[in-house]
Design a protein around this ligand. Structure first.
Ligand code: UT7
Length: 329
């Protein structure tokens, strides 16, 4: 019997309308368009402004887009995995809220919190479910309202992040297509360098935690930068070697979008030509778990059936990894 693979059969995406550009940010804090462009590569990012809406709003819009393109029916979806660090609430899950918003009623739905590596981790989990024969139609979402956890008085983090969501439909196939391999790593010793200290069970919200601004992202930028470059490069090279891929037969590299300088360094270290790197950081900033599915969404028309694609991400935890897939349509 031929092996079952999980293949992407559709992509959806959504970014909010509001554009926060570097000029506007420069009126809010001591920064400049020039600094942000040259040090990070961002020109603008999208911000979800609608009151009392969270990541499930973005995720549902992305799924609406997917369903309208694929004509897939919500009743047929058996599993919804939502990668997010900015779920609407501590519970219920963003996945459950998103399922409700999109008419998905026959599925197991859960969130995973693997920070910026959440989407590739979701693909690995989804592939295992599909390869086992348990499920045949699975949604993997990356949805983030990063603006909810940003301190807009902190110039070292505020310019970096934006809001958005992307989703893929994965289906079972016996063809040599879809997710071929994945390598995911965790090093919890990196936790203190990139985190939100309070609001969880160790430091629940108090007037003091709010006053100390402990509900926002804290990042030691340079430390994270070095690990992002080396770990994303190493894991990309490792998955290429393991699958006999070279820079020439990889059609596309889709790195997590945290800093254009990180993307450049990963491109250089893998040897993959710059024209094959998918980039959206200039327009959306770092959308955490949504960055890779948003790249897939925008670049969908460039992909050809059988294209070898490498996805790679690095984020809080530390967590990082790579997925090798063959495009299915
Ligand atoms: O997605 C999860 C993983 N995250 C990442 O991969 C992010 C990794 N880190 C980075 O991308 C970069 O480290 C940052 C973009 C966060 C920072 O860039 P950097 O080149 O590492 O800058 P730096 O922290 O070394 O700061 C250089 C200077 C400092 O001034 P002094 O001390 O040299 O006078 C900062 O105070 O730039 C200053 N600075 C700014 N200046 C203008 C920091 N932020 C800003 C700003 N505008 N927004």
């Amino acid at each position: 019997m031929s092996k079952i693979h999980a293949v992407i059969t559709g992509v959806g995406g959504y970014v909010p309308d509001y554009i926060l550009n570097n000029q506007e940010l420069s009126t809010m804090m001591d920064t400049s368009d020039e600094w942000i462009r040259t040090r990070v590569g961002i020109e603008e990012r999208r911000i979800l402004k609608e009151k009392n809406t969270g990541a499930s709003f973005l995720a549902a819009k992305a799924i609406d887009d997917l369903f309208s393109k694929t004509k897939e029916s919500p009743e047929n979806i058996e599993l919804v995995i939502c990668a997010t660090t900015t779920s609407d609430h501590i519970f219920p899950s963003c996945a459950a809220m998103t399922a409700e918003r999109t008419g998905i009623k026959n599925a197991l739905a859960f969130d995973i919190q693997v920070a910026c590596s959440g989407f590739i981790s979701g693909l690995e989990i989804a592939a295992a479910y599909i390869e086992s024969g348990k499920y045949k139609k699975v949604l993997v979402i990356g949805a983030e309202k990063m603006s909810a956890i940003i301190d807009y008085t902190d110039r070292t983090t505020a310019p970096l992040f934006g809001d958005g969501a992307g989703v893929v439909l994965l289906e079972a196939t016996t063809g040599e297509l879809g997710i071929m391999d994945s390598l995911i790593h965790t090093d919890g010793s990196g936790g203190k360098h990139l985190r939100i200290k309070s609001g969880g069970s160790a430091y629940p919200a108090t007037a003091e935690t709010v006053e100390k601004r402990e509900h926002y992202i804290y990042q030691e930028g340079q430390h994270v930068f070095k690990h992002a470059v080396s770990n994303m490069s190493e894991v990309s090279v490792a998955i290429m070697k393991k699958n006999n891929l070279t820079k020439d037969n990889v059609a596309w590299l889709i790195p997590h979008q945290a800093n254009l300088r990180i993307i450049d360094a990963v491109a250089k270290r893998t040897g993959i030509e710059y024209e094959k790197i998918i980039i959206n950081i200039d327009r959306y900033g770092n959308t955490s778990a949504a960055s890779i599915p948003l790249c897939l969404w925008e670049a969908e028309s460039k992909f050809k059936k059988g294209d070898n694609i490498i996805l790679t991400a690095f984020g809080a935890g530390f967590t990082w990894g790579a997925v090798y897939l063959k495009w299915g349509y």
